[in-house]
Design a protein around this ligand. Structure first.
Ligand code: SF4
Ligand code: SF4
Length: 510
């Protein structure tokens, strides 16, 4: 779920006719002072960070004067919120709070319907409110064909013991909140606290809105860079990984950066899973060995080798990791050598010098392990491949052993793989902007011609001269007939004469 900042959510509520405190965001202390000057009243200064409990971490301050607002903003801008830097504060008028409520709309997956909730108590989370004041919380599911009707909203408020004009005001606000949630396809839209001021007006004093990942593309006006829930702004590599996912619909590539700015030897592992449950189990296995994960990655759903390659390149760009651990589902139906080829190409290009343990369980796992272990001697790092009968805990222990052994040994030399300019290139484009190049001068010396049988789509054939060429038009390869299985590079290197190369650009990492 993509989460909006408080000030972004409030803008949507204001559009719907729900009052919000006067104010706006500042990214400089002087700007905060100017906003407080305009408001001509005491203000709140609040960090804009996707964390819960901002007040408890000192992220919300009161300021009686513009000078105090400036000082508050100076202390808050740049603070670390769960390891990431605060770059904006919201400066807004302090409200004369007479009473606080809670109002929320969430999608109830079990009922497959929106659930509207109202409580005559606000401030803390709805779970705590419901536990402590169950009689003051009312909720109802909404039939999306008809929406939330005025009388239904008023009934919700009535059930918490509120009557008269305030009941009508709150009922109308609930309808507007419901309409906002529906309009922006929110998974949740909560106002907490919803404040009644001394002069009888209702204000959304704070709000939290999350948008369904799959609806984000329909709402470019929200400016959501990544359709996933983060508790902080996405990092450069997370944006890059998301772009890889957005540009290639085949399989799934989920990437989250768990740490940054760490040193070599700090015990961080590049973790690369496959399949949700197996990945979590495998990550736990590496944590049990006393390591921390620098990344959580999941490439699953039958991704092409090129996607696994790009995922591995991004993991390796994260920082000075002490080891690379790949492990996930043990029963994958896709031939595991596709993932193995992607990993092979990334590790070879990067000349990885920290131990690598990869568990690729499932169909054709023997060939996958053979490909991976062929890296030994080609890169400085030791590489071990495992299969479905090897448990994640055993594999994590092996990585721990290799890391400890590597610490006792001098660094091994790196040799940058060379791709000399092809003498007689035969090239064509691939679906993600890559290029396959077969050097016919080398191919003429190749006895195995392994690329022909290893090509996933059998789109390579030998021409009259006995050289590999496409048996389809070039533009069909670029439209996806070439599935970027990387056999014409990896298998060619291992079992052929090394005349094939697939260039897969990844601009920021390059
Ligand atoms: S395996 Fe490699 S070297 Fe041999 S024909 Fe195919 S691309 Fe050329
Ligand atoms: S040409 Fe064939 S072997 Fe080469 S990447 Fe494309 S599908 Fe794979």
């Amino acid at each position: 779920m993509a989460r909006l900042h408080e000030h972004e959510g409030k803008r949507l509520l204001q559009e719907a006719g729900i009052a919000i405190p006067r104010g706006r965001v500042a990214s400089q202390p002087e700007e905060a002072a100017a906003i407080a000057q305009e408001i001509v009243a005491p203000v709140m200064v609040k960090i804009q960070a996707w964390i819960t409990g901002r007040a408890s971490v000192g992220g919300i301050k009161r300021a009686a004067t513009p000078a105090e607002a400036e000082a508050a903003a100076r202390s808050l801008l740049g603070m670390q919120a769960q390891g990431f830097t605060v770059t904006q504060v919201l400066v807004e008028e302090q409200l004369d709070v007479a009473q606080e409520f809670y109002a929320g709309v969430i999608v109830d997956d079990r009922e497959q319907a929106p659930l509207v909730m109202f409580s005559s108590v606000g401030g803390t989370g709805i779970e705590e409110i419901a536990a402590q004041h169950p009689q003051q919380v009312a909720h109802r599911h909404v039939d999306i064909a008809f929406g939330l009707q005025d009388y239904q909203a008023r009934d919700l408020v009535r059930r918490t013991g509120i009557h008269g004009k305030l009941q009508r005001q709150l009922g109308a606000l609930l309808v507007k909140l419901y309409q906002t949630a529906r309009r922006y396809e929110a998974r949740s839209a909560e106002i907490n606290p919803l404040v009644l001021t001394g002069d009888g007006k209702l204000y959304a004093a704070d709000c939290r809105i999350t948008v369904d990942d799959y609806a984000v593309f329909r709402h470019p006006e929200l400016g959501i860079a990544i359709a996933r829930e983060y508790n902080r702004p996405p990092t450069r590599l997370e944006k890059l990984a998301y772009q890889v996912e957005a540009d290639d619909y085949r399989g799934t590539f989920y990437f989250i950066q768990m740490a940054q700015d760490f040193q070599k030897g700090a015990g961080y592992i590049g973790f690369h899973g496959a399949g949700g449950g197996g990945s979590m189990m495998s990550m736990d296995a590496i944590l049990r060995q006393g390591y921390k994960v620098a990344t959580f990655v999941d490439t699953s759903g039958n991704p092409p080798a090129s996607k696994v390659y790009r995922a591995a390149k991004i993991v390796l760009a994260v920082g000075p990791i002490d080891g690379y651990f790949g492990s996930g589902s043990g029963v994958a139906s896709q031939e595991q050598f596709y993932s193995a080829r992607g990993l092979f190409k990334a590790f070879l290009e990067e000349q990885v010098d920290v131990p690598i343990v990869i568990r690729l369980g499932g169909n054709a796992e023997d060939k996958a392990v053979e490909i991976l272990e062929s890296l030994n001697g080609r890169i400085p790092a030791p590489v071990e491949g495992y299969k479905k009968d090897d448990s994640p805990d055993f594999c994590a222990q092996r990585l721990d052993t290799l890391i400890k052994e590597a610490a006792q040994q001098p660094p091994r030399p790196r040799t940058q793989p060379q791709h000399p300019a092809p003498q007689r290139p035969y090239s064509f484009a691939t679906v993600t902007g890559g290029t396959v190049t077969l050097d016919h001068a080398v191919c003429a010396t190749c006895e195995s011609k392994i690329c022909i049988q290893a090509c996933a789509r059998h789109i390579l054939t030998l021409n009259e001269a006995g050289l590999p060429v496409l048996n389809i038009p070039l533009d069909e390869a670029a439209r996806g007939k070439c599935v970027e299985c990387l056999a014409c590079e990896v298998d060619c290197l291992l079992y052929g004469a090394g005349g094939g190369h697939v260039d897969l650009p990844l601009p920021d990492v390059d």
